[in-house]
Design a binder for this molecule. Structure first.
Ligand code: ADP
Length: 464
């Protein structure tokens, strides 16, 4: 990669420029439909005269949104790499003018603005930390720049990235600005395998067969992992292999690396490290809340069997007995599952305070919002309508906004319902917590006993 020489020193500090990124679509794995859509843009960028004859123009702006580490920057670089265009990147609000000036002098070229929400958040909307005036200034600059250049040959394609589509100023999403919106989500299991394979390309395994088996296993163990985290696992495994003076990455190294990636606290059951007392208390409350909600909204197809506080993971330890056979889920079943999923987060906030949340409930909101999205997009059971959407990238901007709004509505309902259930059954939750702290585990029968006998005992009146 060669940096472009002509940028002044002061600019170069804030704007990174590459004549060629050297990244291609082969470097991004999973979510093939994203690549298909972007490939089209690359084709237009490369051969715009032919397309213009047909009246087809490249969009001015592409907005990639999704959680951090899912490959948005990688995709932006791949577009530049595939189209053979120079790449100018900036992070956030500063130097928008310089950024556009540099990119224009090298046009056709690609501009990448990471965390564009830092500039383009809703005016007058909920504030996310100071700098309102500057942000406004940055936003206006982008709008002026984007409206200023004509859709024509030697154009500049602006790619923005954000993980907060909800706070983005709608002005940015209007036609002629970021009119292509693409959701980059967490990879599926197949996606994870494909990503692992990309990052295993330059690593040594005993054989291709063994590599496939091992990566398949890691893909299964890494639900909710991002591409960046998967890459880290392989890198870490490589380092461990070298440290042990081995020639090939093996299962032990991969599992060890996976454990490290899951976090220093996230130890497996086979690990004998003592769990700190304060974490045990949090875990016990979390499992108790999950148990209470599982009693309140029982899932007939998936009865729970037992739970414990012997291992720390970012998802509940509750075990279930999946009953084979046909499932006829009704809308209320979907909604209840969203409510259940909120339990770890709601109880932790209630017991330890919103500023004291820790990672053991961090996956709960993610899971709940994913369930809500599924209900809205794929069942046709909500006000969103009956159309079938494969994923968010099928949505045009105003539908995307409608989805976010409806999802937020379900989330608000779920959180409220979950906390009212936990208040009503707080005694059951406390009792289950005590049992867990004392014995380390609790079975379904005892949970049901406690739930039924302590049910609906009103909370003691709070003295003024
Ligand atoms: P984001 O911009 O969404 O925060 P990045 O593009 O910076 O994420 O991702 C960081 C790194 O993680 C990438 O450089 C790449 O090595 C790896 N990565 C993330 N997603 C993928 C993917 N889908 N396929 C291959 N590698 C990925």
């Amino acid at each position: 990669r060669r940096a472009l020489g002509s940028l002044g020193k002061s600019r170069a500090k804030f704007i990174s420029a590459e004549e060629s990124t050297g990244i291609t679509f082969d470097d991004f794995a999973g979510q093939e439909y994203i690549k298909r859509e972007l490939q089209e843009i690359v084709r237009i960028l490369k051969d715009d005269e032919e397309f213009q004859d047909k009246g087809i123009y490249c969009p001015k702006g592409v907005l990639l949104h999704g959680p951090p580490g899912t490959g948005k920057t990688l995709l932006a670089k791949a577009i530049a790499g595939e189209a053979g265009l120079p790449f100018f990147a900036a992070n956030g609000t500063d130097f928008v003018e310089d950024l556009f000036a540099s990119a224009r002098s090298y046009a056709p070229s690609i501009i990448f603005i990471d965390e564009i929400d830092a500039i383009g958040s809703k005016r007058g909307g909920p504030d996310i930390g100071g700098g309102g005036a500057e942000r406004e200034q940055g936003l206006l600059q982008i709008l002026t720049e984007m409206d200023g250049f004509k859709v024509s040959t030697s154009q500049v394609l602006v790619i923005g990235a954000t993980n907060r589509l909800d706070i983005l100023d709608p002005a940015l999403l209007r036609k002629g600005r970021f009119d292509k919106i693409i959701r980059v989500g967490l990879p599926s299991k197949d996606g994870r395998l494909a990503i692992l394979k990309v990052h295993a390309r330059n690593k040594y395994f005993r054989s291709e067969e063994e590599k496939d088996v091992l990566l398949q296993e890691i893909a299964e163990l890494t639900e909710d992992f991002t591409g960046a985290e998967l890459q880290n696992i392989l890198n870490e495994a490589g380092i461990l292999t070298a440290r042990k003076d081995l020639d090939f990455i093996g299962r032990d190294e991969l599992l060890e690396a996976l454990k490290r990636q899951k976090g220093t606290f996230e130890t497996g059951q086979e690990d004998n490290t003592e769990i700190p007392e304060d974490l045990k208390l949090r875990l016990a409350y979390r499992e108790a809340a999950v148990a209470v909600l599982a009693c309140y909204f029982p899932n007939p197809y998936r009865p729970f069997t037992q739970t414990d506080i012997k291992s720390i993971r970012s998802q509940p330890n509750m075990c279930y007995n999946d009953i084979p056979g046909k499932v006829f889920a009704r809308k209320s079943d979907y909604v209840n599952s969203i409510v259940r999923a909120c339990a770890p987060r709601v109880i932790e906030e209630e017991m330890f305070g919103v500023d004291n949340l820790c990672w053991i409930s961090s996956k709960a909101t993610l899971e709940a919002s994913r369930l809500a999205e599924f209900l809205i997009l794929q069942t046709g059971m909500t006000a969103f309508g009956k159309a079938f959407y494969r994923n968010q990238s099928d949505l045009v901007p105003n539908l995307a906004a409608k989805l976010e709004a409806l999802r937020d509505e379900y989330m608000r309902y779920a959180v409220d319902k979950c906390s009212s259930v936990l208040r009503e059954y707080h005694l059951a939750a406390e009792t289950i917590t005590d049992v867990l702290l004392e014995k380390g585990e609790i079975g379904a029968e005892e949970i049901w006993d406690i739930y039924k006998t302590t049910a609906r005992i009103p909370q003691p009146a709070v003295s003024p």
